[in-house]
Design a protein around this ligand. Structure first.
Ligand SMILES: *Cc1c(COP(=O)(O)O)cnc(C)c1O
Length: 375
């Protein structure tokens, strides 16, 4: 028998979450962001459930090929554009749209031979200082692109650094709006946090009650599609009406009865203060479970909420069975996602306990874990 750990990808949850993005930005077209192998879920596993989107956004060219191989004929956007000149050949061949974020990418386009003009999104660095043209050089870049026979449509895009947090997006929206005011082209500015927290229904950005409401022609839904809240713990996934798209579960392979003073695991970081039973679950950091999750990280045993005990090791972790006295070898352990009897443990809670975010945990699911898509 293989180790009992497995991950499930919930197709109905993906479709539900996508509908949630639609409801939050009803006038916009929707990119389903499937970079990093669909945030660890597997592009092939999520494809059918997300095919109600208007396009797929990602950044790895091999992943773009996989989306085309699945039969997708609609828009595919490379969020970081070409990494070298010959990437443009694949863009031409597969009809990929691509971001243009630096002068070199324009040079490559100018030297590129293509029959079909490329659909590009010109990226502005409106304050995040990662990718894009600064506002003062944005128009010149736009004009250069507009003059190229290799370029057809030019969309306008930027990315917000604080859509999930206190600083918000107003400062960047102001910069983007001002620098693009009379430029034609579709706008794309909203990631998940912007869609959920800052999106308005109309075609213009407005400052209204409760802060700025941004509008974009294309929104880019990543994490929300996978059922994790971009702004946890301020909001939970359930609070945003999102459903977990991934479950990581395993079983207990041993139990131990501890006496006061007994310690658990490497480094003896946990010492029992009273007699207690613990279970040993077949899941460790080599499966993608975060090693930095300390004692008390939430976990479900047979659907009952309890916590981890001691350090996470490579293949195992220990859980407190005080709240689940009937549990024993073979009991189901939910690390995150859906447990028995409609129980849910949000990946965001586990991530928070390990000082990280749901994004990182889902992307870090290890290759040795078998993944199954279910309804
Ligand atoms: C990853 C990414 C997104 C999606 O972000 P989420 O927070 O997961 O919604 C949107 N836009 C760009 C440019 C990205 O790189």
């Amino acid at each position: 028998m293989p180790r009992p750990i497995e991950a499930l990808v919930h197709r109905a949850a993906l479709a539900h979450n996508l509908a949630r993005a639609r409801a939050a930005a009803p006038a916009a077209r929707l990119w389903a962001v499937v970079k990093a192998n669909a945030y660890g879920h597997g592009i092939e596993r999520v494809y059918a459930a997300l095919a109600g989107a208007d396009g797929f956004a990602l950044l790895d060219l091999a992943e773009a090929e996989r989306v085309r191989a699945l039969g997708w004929r609609g828009p595919v956007l490379l969020l970081e554009g070409a990494f070298e000149p010959r990437d443009l050949e694949l863009c031409s061949r597969l009809g990929l749209w691509h971001a243009v974020h630096c002068a070199e990418q324009i040079d490559w386009l100018a030297a590129h031979k293509t029959h079909a003009p490329h659909h590009v999104f010109l990226k502005m660095n409106s304050g995040m200082n990662r990718l894009g043209f600064r506002p003062e050089s944005y128009r010149a870049a736009w004009a250069r692109l507009d003059a190229l026979p290799q370029v057809g449509e030019i969309g306008l895009m930027t990315h917000f650094s604080d859509a999930d947090g206190e600083r918000g997006i107003a400062h960047q929206v102001r910069i983007f709006d001002e620098a693009t005011r009379d430029l034609p082209g579709e706008r794309s500015v909203a990631n998940s946090a912007t869609i959920l927290r800052h999106h308005g229904g109309t075609g213009v950005s407005v400052v209204g009650e409760g802060g700025i409401r941004v509008a974009s022609d294309w929104v880019r839904a990543g994490i929300l599609g996978y059922g994790s809240a971009p702004d946890f713990p301020e909001h939970s996934a359930a609070g945003w009406q999102l459903q977990p798209a991934m479950t990581l579960r395993t079983r207990l392979i041993a139990t131990q009865s501890l006496q006061p003073g007994d310690t658990v695991g490497y480094g003896s970081s946990f010492t029992a203060a009273r007699p207690m039973r613990i279970g040993i679950a077949a899941c460790g950091y080599a499966d993608g479970y975060p090693r930095h999750a300390g004692t008390g990280t939430p976990v479900l045993v047979d659907g009952v909420r309890t916590g981890t005990v001691g350090r996470v090791s490579m293949d195992m972790l220990a859980v407190d069975l005080t709240a689940a006295p009937a549990a024993g070898i073979g009991s189901e352990v939910t690390l995150w996602g859906r447990g028995p009897r409609e129980t849910i443990l949000s990946i965001d809670e586990v991530a928070h306990a390990a000082a990280t975010i749901g994004y990182e945990l889902m992307c870090a699911l290890a290759a040795r874990v078998t993944v199954r898509a279910v309804e």
